[in-house]
Design a protein around this ligand. Structure first.
Ligand SMILES: [Zn+2]
Ligand SMILES: [Zn+2]
Length: 150
């Protein structure tokens, strides 16, 4: 569980059509949350695809599967924390039932440029609903390399 505040966003109350919409959603200031300075779109490292199924482990990790080529890739440092035995329980689904998403990762940075917190935002490809599906703390450095692992 968190011992520090996340952004406190509410899933499904807003809709969008583009990466920019999802980025704005992730970057909206929240009174008790950390600022998100950088948002990176998730793009399949194998085929360039931008539609995914996404599985998460609470407060720890996220993994996305490209709908075009079925390649599975981990977001940020998730590979280190992933538990294969538990993965079936954590498939992300929109309130509409959709399980196919465009995805982006918001990064909150420390003053020295290291990553402090990671936020996984998804845009449902069926209904456009925007949601924050998982977030977790990065408590080590250097960690700026995680910016390239959306
Ligand atoms: Zn792909
Ligand atoms: Zn939906």
């Amino acid at each position: 569980m968190h011992d520090e505040p996340g952004p406190g966003l509410h899933n499904g109350e807003e809709r969008g059509a583009t990466f920019e919409d999802l980025a704005a959603f992730l970057q909206r200031p929240e009174p008790d949350g950390y600022p998100v300075q950088v948002v990176r779109e998730c793009v399949c490292r194998s085929c360039g695809g931008r539609a995914f199924e996404v599985a998460v482990m609470a407060d720890e990790a996220a993994r996305r599967t490209c709908l075009a080529c079925r390649e599975t890739e981990f977001i940020a440092d998730s590979e280190e924390y992933w538990d294969d035995d538990a993965e079936a329980d954590y498939c992300c689904a929109c309130l509409c039932g959709g399980e196919e998403f465009a995805a982006a990762v918001g990064f909150s940075l420390r003053e020295d440029g290291d990553v402090r917190w990671v936020y996984v935002g998804l845009r449902c490809l069926a209904c456009g609903a925007l949601g924050l599906y998982e977030d977790w703390k990065i408590n080590y450095g250097p960690s700026a390399f995680l910016l390239d692992r959306a």
